[in-house]
Design a protein around this ligand. Structure first.
Ligand code: UD1
Length: 429
């Protein structure tokens, strides 16, 4: 298994191109199941999760082709994938495939909406606490799907098609909103989704669906209204920039010091996190196509943070922010309200010398003068990258094991950081 080795101490200077968002690309790819025509997606990141979803979609009979690299494109520029769900031969998503990536469960929505039948394995356990799918199932049931749970599978049927309904989510759920939105596009009549997730990825999906012929209003607010149509067509759509990747590199330069331009991204996608960085003493400004982050000389101030659904501080940046706070001039409190148990990085950060106390949903981080390199490993994607951030300032050598977590969600991580001065390399094997 590959490992990543970092020698801490170098500041980051230069420019990092931000990739397309994994969390937008996945639902967009799944949306191709809603039409027999071609869906062409540009700016798709080269990530293990994208390949896993392509495998699942191929199993259904979806054809895909990946456009060849054009002159001037590097392995860090997103790829263009064309998906065609014309000849669907199977509407079953088996456990072996779904268990590798939770978001693949969302295929249930377009399958039942277009074909009247879907059998999708329950995603099963996950390293960041219990992540149920009850609200996703509730949304489909509201739209008239008959739901049965059989041998670990959710079987959804609607032989006469789905019917528009009012869906009130008791809790904000990104996956639930994606599922309700996709299913409602082909339901007969009007659907109102209340307490909808307002994440930019929901807006990106809605914009693509609208280009495919869907009638959707209010995406990006907490009430989305969908007028069902009888069929959707093909279109081309570019995946939005990855706000979590953007925030991760912003935290990295906040940690190491230096001057970094994050190119091809948008500050409004992560304003809450940028505001927090400002409070921590980091200079944040907008550039023509992105964001400039600088920290020169001054220390890092402690800031208390609570994770919340968008536009709040994202749970997917909590671990990275905690890494930054390990070097702050004082104590910060980090509260996680989205996922219980999303603190597995605490133990590993402690191996590097961090001082962190856990109390219920909160972590109290006492900033220390220095971290020391050590071998570490992480159990999820965002936790792994928090160890990279810590390793970038830790004295000596940090080796991060189980790099496959990073490969699921960060395109060309070590190349992007190395080009800006980090001493980071991948050890194959
Ligand atoms: C998505 C993101 C993930 C991010 C999360 C929260 C993708 C591929 N993943 O995950 O990176 O961390 O949003 O921003 O986009 N819940 C239920 N029942 C359900 C569904 C969810 O109780 O049926 C709960 C979850 O346990 C959690 C909360 O709702 O406590 C939010 O989860 P949700 O927004 O659905 O996360 P995902 O869509 O799985």
């Amino acid at each position: 298994m590959d490992r990543i080795r970092i020698r801490g101490g170098a500041p980051l200077n230069g420019l990092i191109p931000i990739s397309g968002a994994k969390n937008a690309a996945l639902p967009l790819m799944i949306a191709s199941l809603l039409t027999e025509e071609n869906l062409e997606l540009g700016n798709v990141p080269r990530l293990a999760d994208i390949s896993s979803l392509l495998r699942i979609m191929s199993n259904f009979g979806v054809d895909h082709s990946i456009a060849g690299r054009r002159p001037g494109q590097s392995s860090e520029t997103g790829q263009t994938i064309r998906l065609t769900a014309k000849n669907i031969i199977d509407t079953t998503a088996p456990y072996e495939l779904v268990s590798t990536m939770r978001a693949s469960f969302w295929v249930i929505a377009p399958l039942v909406a277009r074909f009247g039948h879907a059998k999708v394995s329950m995603p099963g356990g996950c390293a960041i606490g219990t992540r149920p799918v009850d609200l996703l199932i509730m949304a489909l049931a509201k739209l008239g799907a008959a739901i049965e749970i059989e041998g670990g599978y959710v079987v959804a049927t609607a032989p006469k098609g789905l019917i528009g309904a009012e869906i009130d989510f008791p809790k904000v759920t990104v996956g639930g909103t994606h599922v309700a939105l996709m299913a409602a596009t082909l339901a007969q009549g009007t659907t109102v989704i209340r307490n909808a997730a307002r994440e930019p990825e929901v807006v990106d999906l809605a914009e693509c669906l609208i280009k495919m012929g869907a009638r959707i209003e209010g995406a990006g607010t907490s009430e989305i209204v969908v007028e069902g149509v009888s069929r959707l067509g093909g279109t081309s759509h570019d995946v939005m920039p990855d706000r979590i990747e953007t925030g991760t590199y912003a935290m990295a330069v906040a940690m190491t010091g230096g001057d970094l331009i994050l190119d091809n991204t948008r500050p409004e996608y992560l304003q809450a996190a940028l505001d927090v960085l400002g409070q921590a003493g980091v200079e944040v400004s907008s550039t023509h196509g992105g964001i400039r982050i600088r920290r020169n000389g001054n220390g890092i101030q402690p800031v208390d943070v609570t994770t919340d659904p968008f536009p709040g501080f994202p749970t997917d940046l909590q671990a990275q922010f905690m890494a930054l706070m390990t070097r702050a001039n004082g104590t910060s409190r980090i509260r996680e309200t989205i996922f219980e148990n999303r603190f597995m990085h605490v133990q590993e950060l402690a191996r590097l010398g961090a001082q962190i106390r856990l109390d219920g949903d909160s972590a109290y981080v006492d900033g220390v003068a220095g971290l020391k390199g050590a071998p570490v490993m992480a159990t999820d994607l965002r936790a792994s990258v928090s160890l990279v951030i810590a390793g970038l300032v830790a004295e000596g050598e940090t080796t991060i094991n189980r790099v496959y977590h990073l490969d699921r969600g960060f395109e060309a991580l070590e190349a992007k950081l190395a080009r800006c001065g980090a001493q980071i390399e991948r050890l194959r094997g």
